[in-house]
Write a protein that binds this ligand. Structure first.
Ligand code: ATP
Ligand code: MG
Length: 470
């Protein structure tokens, strides 16, 4: 077969060196049996960028039954993970290699599932069904880089370009609209103009896509740390994916505290949480940043002086978080955490241990078991929110530094902010008060916790027992 090796032999040699042994074994076993096999997709793309470590996917001329037979005969463990699409997963040295028969997809009458997959014999046909040029390259350690659509050049120039005719490709599978944005964020790329125009025309097709697939792609966009770019440059796509975001665009806050519309403010907060957490905020904080003001447009009212207010938007926002993230099938723990952060993003706090203790108690109530990590996330969110508002609010960011000091002190001191932190238990309450087990016990413990949190009583067993007897 003729192979374009315009990657240059130095690049090919580097990729050949970097290709992990376990992948080489899969290619070798298939080719020794007379089939053709290539590494495709993400590994090739990321290796060209010098980012090794992506999972290796293999594409082969062997029908999947043959792939399974040949690899098993070579002593490789094989799982039949997606045989309807020609995919089996080989496990070599504990590393999975998805191995798929060359295929193309038939018609997509519903914009989301191909009506059939058809197996083919030419790897080029398989590459042609892939979404973007940067994802449509194949590599083989001896035959070099097979790059029929100019993916290597687009990758170097940081361009996301649909393979083939963009409207048709987005029409076949609207999820590709969101994937374009995800890869643009991930590669810090721009979207090629014809692909971009088709994105806008086809974004509405996302309505037909299963919500959990949208959730996965959005989570992927957030994980790149560049969702601010997506909000500013691809809002039509983002709002098609999450219609609740739509009203943020152009929403004038009419408030001296806000220089930007809700959308630009949100983009700034998303960018700021990346900075404040050194580029590694957790999923929960990223989702909370994206959605923290989502309910502002719905909660807006104007007072007699013409100034805007958003009473109740944190509570309403938390409800939107639950609805959106539930629909997108994000993990329950992340959803509960994001709900708590949005609910409390305007909580009044001060740089005292007492205030930090109250904040921990609130977080614990809203997201049991997550209060510690969420407390730091909440301070990062509040700080980001402050710097993203009008310049007059910047001083608050300095206060927040003192709050994180107070929070660390509070956590290090082992202070009590949960009932189970108290130096006495329910059994003590029952014995000392002579009451029956039941809700009354919890009420007494809550009262005690309240007194301890307010520094009215020290969290010492003898003192608390004496209070119970009194
Ligand atoms: P990631 O690191 O995000 O997983 P990836 O390139 O491995 O990157 P996947 O979503 O795992 O992306 O898909 C693997 C490959 O399959 C892609 O590189 C692309 O060639 C192809 N592909 C995946 N989804 C689609 C799609 N919806 N339409 C067309 N091709 C697709
Ligand atoms: Mg992948």
């Amino acid at each position: 077969m003729d192979v374009r090796t315009d990657a240059g032999s130095a690049t090919v040699a580097r990729l050949a060196r970097e290709l992990p042994d376990y992948a080489r074994q899969v290619l070798g076993a298939l080719e020794a049996a007379g089939y053709e096999a290539w590494v495709v997709g993400g590994w090739v793309r990321d290796a060209l960028l010098g980012r090794a470590g992506h999972d290796v996917d293999v594409t082969t001329s062997a029908p999947w039954q043959e792939t399974a037979r040949v690899l098993r005969a070579a002593g490789v463990e094989v799982h039949e993970t997606g045989t309807a699409h020609g995919t089996v997963t080989a496990v070599v040295d504990g590393r999975p290699v998805e191995t798929t028969t060359y295929r193309v997809e038939g018609a997509y009458s519903d914009l989301r599932h191909p009506d059939e997959v058809r197996f083919v014999t030419d790897v080029r046909e398989d590459l042609a069904r892939r979404d973007f040029t940067v994802n449509a390259m194949a590599f083989h350690p001896e035959r070099g880089l097979l790059d029929p659509f100019g993916g290597e050049q687009d990758l170097a120039a940081r361009v996301i370009r649909a393979v083939g005719e963009p409207d048709r490709r987005f029409g076949e599978d609207a999820l590709r609209v969101l994937r374009a944005v995800r890869f643009a964020c991930r590669l810090d790329a721009r979207i090629e103009p014809a692909t971009q125009e088709a994105l806008r025309r086809c974004a509405g097709g996302l309505a037909a896509i299963a919500s959990e697939r949208i959730g996965q792609e959005l989570d992927g966009i957030l994980a790149t740390g560049r969702v601010a770019w997506a909000l500013r440059n691809e809002f039509a796509v983002m709002a098609a994916a999450v219609p609740e975001l739509g009203p943020m665009e152009g929403f004038d806050q009419k408030s001296p505290y806000h220089a930007h519309d809700v959308l630009e403010h949100t983009a700034r907060v998303c960018a700021a949480v990346e900075e404040f957490s050194g580029g590694a905020p957790g999923k929960t904080l990223r989702w909370a940043a994206l959605l923290h003001d989502v309910a502002k447009p719905a909660c807006w009212s104007e007072d007699v002086s013409g100034r805007g207010h958003f009473f109740g938007h944190p509570e309403a926002g938390a409800r939107v978080v639950r609805a959106v993230m539930g629909r997108l099938a994000l993990p329950g723990e992340v959803t509960r955490g994001a709900e708590a952060l949005v609910r409390l993003h305007d909580l009044e706090v001060s740089p005292t241990r007492r205030s930090m203790r109250r904040m921990l108690a609130e977080l614990e109530r809203l997201a049991p078991g997550q209060a510690r990590p969420l407390a730091f996330a909440l301070l990062d969110l509040k700080r980001s929110d402050a710097v993203a508002k009008a310049p007059g609010c910047m001083g608050y960011a300095a206060d927040l530094d003192r709050m994180s000091v107070a929070l660390r002190e509070e956590l290090a001191s082992g202070g009590a902010w949960r009932v189970r932190d108290l130096a006495v238990s329910g059994a003590d309450v029952i014995r000392e008060r002579g009451i029956e087990p039941g809700p009354g016990v919890g009420m007494v413990l809550s009262q005690l916790l309240e007194a301890v949190m307010e520094d009215e009583l020290p969290n010492e067993r003898e003192v608390l027992l004496a209070w119970l007897r009194w």
